[in-house]
Design a binder for this molecule. Structure first.
Ligand code: BLA
Length: 244
């Protein structure tokens, strides 16, 4: 269901940036589950370039049971711009959840005006994809913007509405990056390092996907995938293995 989204992103990345592979820890690049009816494959890709220090995306294909496309782009620490976050999930044709956002590092009005307000005109065109759903795992006020796309939707809307919205957000993200100031002040850079690291910790601690990964690939593999690849700058919680 989301393969065209992955292909679009990949094409954009390869044409716009001088990408180098960024290593994925051994054993985490892909996996195949054959647990009875839970047949699933997971595959991940990771790149870097001078402007973007970590570009990672993952596709889970469990046929009709589940299709997931998840991506985070972390800009270089010289840019204060938001992270690009994508989480598209389809569990059969019935349950489709899509989230797309420029994930802000800071909450000041100046930051908001500079990096989030430009999303507004796109967001307003795609009202049906911005449903103000309640968040159960995350705090909507941390690392999410007020113009995120967040919707429970159907396959037709994914093709007809989400795909064009996705392209517009990605194009805006490239413009944001093109226009971003390259920061040189070590103190400013240090603030960005910390904010991106906090994002990893926050996200790893709350990630709602652990159960999904565990059901297919086991909890040990899932824990490694979460802390060694997806959110590698996070430290595992002491209670991680017992928390769920
Ligand atoms: C929700 N994301 C979810 C859920 C799952 C995932 C299983 C719960 C769906 C449900 O309600 O049943 C899946 N999360 C993943 C996967 C990965 C992951 C597969 O990290 C990694 C491969 N999540 C993100 C990013 C964003 C994001 C980058 O990883 C930002 C756009 C958002 N996911 C997001 C939000 C929800 C969600 C806002 C709803 C959670 C809530 O209700 O609090």
């Amino acid at each position: 269901m989301f393969q065209p989204f992955r292909a679009y992103l990949e094409d954009e990345l390869f044409h716009r940036f001088d990408l180098r592979s960024r290593p994925i820890p051994p054993g985490l690049e892909s996996n195949i589950s054959d647990r009875g009816k839970n047949k699933a494959t997971i595959q991940s890709w990771c790149y870097q370039c001078s402007q973007l220090r970590k570009i990672r995306y993952t596709y889970i294909d469990a046929g009709e049971m589940a299709q997931v496309f998840n991506c985070v782009i972390y800009p270089s620490h010289h840019y204060e711009i938001p992270l690009l976050g994508i989480d598209f999930l389809a569990f059969g044709q019935k349950k489709i959840l899509v989230v797309l956002d420029f994930q802000p590092l800071f909450k000041t009005p100046a930051y908001q005006n500079k990096y989030i307000e430009p999303m507004r005109s796109i967001r307003d065109k795609y009202n049906e994809l911005a449903q103000n759903l309640e968040m159960k795992f995350y705090d909507a006020d941390r690392y999410f913007s007020k113009y995120l796309l967040f919707a429970k939707t159907d396959a037709e809307t994914v093709v007809k509405r989400l795909f064009p919205a996705y392209q517009e957000y990605i194009q805006l993200y490239w413009r944001t990056l093109d226009n971003a100031e390259i920061l040189q002040d070590p103190e400013e850079i240090e603030k960005i390092v910390k904010a991106q690291k906090d994002y990893d910790q926050y996200s790893a601690d709350r990630d709602p996907a652990h159960g999904l990964f565990s059901s297919y690939f086991g909890s040990q593999w899932s824990e490694r995938f979460l802390y060694e690849f997806l959110f590698e700058d996070a430290s595992p919680l002491a209670v991680a293995s017992t928390r769920r």
